[in-house]
Design a protein around this ligand. Structure first.
Ligand code: SAH
Length: 354
């Protein structure tokens, strides 16, 4: 056996046993050449996932309710300055009917995601949250609507929201500054995440793998930051180019590195809710199934009305934009089954203890 292989193998065993590594060893895993060691890592991650969650896959119905955004993130297709994009908003009734349809399809979590759109005042958001909770008391409501004041977050929580997804995007302040215009601030995003935790939300952070200018050291900082935040959910997917952004000349992130990081995260955080994201399914036709095999245990299919799906274009070639929700649900069921797992009808809360 070759020396390097033996070394990497021992790091993987170490990580599986202790859930942590030295900086140097993490960097070795992040930068190792593609190959056999990935398979070893994948098997360990899958074993840990099965120990905690069995073969269960939790599904979240994603409702992308607005593509208006006041921000101008360089990577994102719904950024303010993208004039090529037709903008839309869903009404409260539209949102409630998406949720009702989702409920019938077995979803017990709804994720309301959107750009930062001032039309949806706190009052409107709270009304939507409490209406969904009243109609479906056995369901969880997750928000993914960006940076707000602590008081706004508190009002969403009081209205009944259970979870909040806010990817930190990068834990390195300099890298953050290369992905976002100066009007956005790293410290505010961090403030938001810690406020959300303190208020009592189940919190999700995360990052794009292979975002422009990202280094292996940046990814290491992300892992260390996640250890500090100790989130309930971690959303990662490959960065994907959108032609109507300042990053139009950049390259897509890597499938292999995304899968490898999913496995590393599963070993670091055995309990975590880890989605195989739409971006992963976009970069490879079987990306989401591969994600499940590498430690992911959550899927977030789209429940938005078919008419608006193409318009929520964070990146190009997004999958499932032409399918009805029921079609998506059935198609996923088959894919998940063939990968050796099972979609369950469940709120799918985090299992912090074994
Ligand atoms: N406005 C909300 C939701 C943003 S969209 C918020 O700020 O949290 C959700 C996630 O999509 C972002 O956090 C980002 O990580 C990801 N995303 C945006 N553009 C992307 C791209 N071009 N490729 C891959 N992921 C992207």
């Amino acid at each position: 056996m070759d020396e390097n292989f033996r070394k990497l193998n021992s790091y993987i065993n170490d990580l599986a046993e202790r859930g942590d590594l030295t900086d140097e060893k993490f960097l070795a895993l992040i930068t190792m050449p593609d190959g056999e060691t990935d398979e070893i890592l994948q098997k360990k991650a899958d074993a840990v996932r099965r120990e905690r969650y069995g073969t269960d896959v939790y599904v979240r119905g994603l409702i992308e309710f607005t593509n208006f955004c006041k921000n101008n993130c360089y990577y994102c297709g719904i950024r303010r300055d993208n004039r090529a994009l037709q903008r839309y908003r869903l009404s409260k009734d539209d949102i409630l009917s998406c949720a009702a349809q989702g409920y019938d399809l077995g979803f017990r979590t709804f994720v309301l995601q959107g750009g930062e759109d001032a039309y949806y005042t706190d009052e409107r958001i709270c009304d939507i949250i409490s209406s969904i909770k009243n109609a479906h008391p056995d369901c969880a409501v997750t928000l993914s609507i960006g940076e707000k004041t602590r008081a706004s977050y508190q009002s969403f929580y009081d209205a009944g929201a259970d979870r909040y997804l806010l990817r930190h995007e990068t834990a390195d302040e300099v890298h953050y500054g290369r992905l976002h215009p100066a009007e956005m601030s790293f410290s505010n995003r961090m403030r938001c995440l810690f406020d959300l935790k303190e208020i009592g939300f189940q919190v999700g952070a995360g990052l794009m793998v292979g975002s422009p200018y990202q280094t292996a050291e940046n990814i290491l900082s992300d892992l260390r930051f996640l250890q500090k935040l100790n989130p309930d959910m971690i959303g990662i997917g490959p960065y994907l180019v959108h032609k109507d952004t300042p990053f139009q000349e950049q390259k897509n992130g890597s499938l292999t590195l995304t899968l490898r990081l999913l496995s590393i995260l599963r070993l670091m955080f055995p309990y975590v809710l880890l989605p195989a994201t739409t971006a992963l399914g976009t970069i490879h036709p079987n990306g989401r199934e591969m994600g499940l095999a590498h430690g992911a245990n959550v899927l977030m299919p789209n429940l938005s009305p078919v008419g608006v799906r193409k318009l929520y274009s964070l990146y190009e070639n997004k999958i499932c934009t032409g399918d009805e929700s029921a079609q998506c649900r059935n198609c996923l069921e088959q894919k998940v089954k063939s990968a050796g797992y099972k979609i369950v009808t469940d709120r799918g809360d985090v299992k912090r203890e074994p």
